[in-house]
Write a protein that binds this ligand. Sequence first.
Ligand SMILES: [Zn+2]
Length: 283
Amino acid sequence: MRDRVYRTEAIIIRRSDVGEADRLLTILTPLGRQRVVARGARKIQSRLAGHIELFTHTTLMLAIGRNLHIVTQSNPLDRFERLRADLERIGAAYYAAELVDRLVEEEAENKRAFSVLLGTLRALDAGAAIDLTLRAYELHLLDALGYRPQLYECAACGAVLTEATSRFSPITGGALCPDCAGVDCQALSMSLTAFKLLRYLQSQPLEISGELRISPATRAETESLLRAYLRHILERDLRSLAFLDDVRRVLRTSGPVSITSSATRYFAQGDTDENDRDPPRAR
Ligand SMILES: [Zn+2]
């Protein structure tokens, strides 16, 4: 009996070793997140090995296996080489991949989530501002997955929000009008500039204008508001965030760095640690 084979566009979002020489890949496709296996991909002579690197946008040929589907061929469309040459951009791509890995359910079709991740990798590769690209990514991905934070109507009462808005409530699902500011005692204070930036990024296309001039304080505030919102949804912090924070701290204090031993450790761990994941699903 011959295996059935099909072709799909995919982005490699997670990789780990399995068995003697195989690689287990988590891929995001327009049809959802999926786990597949690349047999023999760790052998030196493997033709697949260089074509299934993390973050690669590729066309895969997959054979339907009894348990996991099997990669028979990979034709990369974009490897995002410029992104790979910059440690902070690698960290950002890692974060983008981990976020989609956590938020997108297995085999739940979502073309928009796929195009949001692809657009973000392209922007990071093209040299766009890293932090604003990630903020736009978070907002667009949340939207694509049905977690859009409320920034135009009060998350508690539905009233149209004005410039008097100063509270952001992850638990309630977005910004609160002045009348509802007391409904969530854990709501975070939000400056008018951060509020405006969030609304701007949510309503604009994913690609950030290079002319956007935002103060470091507003950027930091916007990041922490969205981080709080994501923490509420995920019920945890993402591992890649600690790495991204570390890289930025090092870059701030000592200028450009090459990949450090801590980064190497992180990537090794991130690449192989499957302990916190569900086992492959039987079919
Ligand atoms: Zn309200």
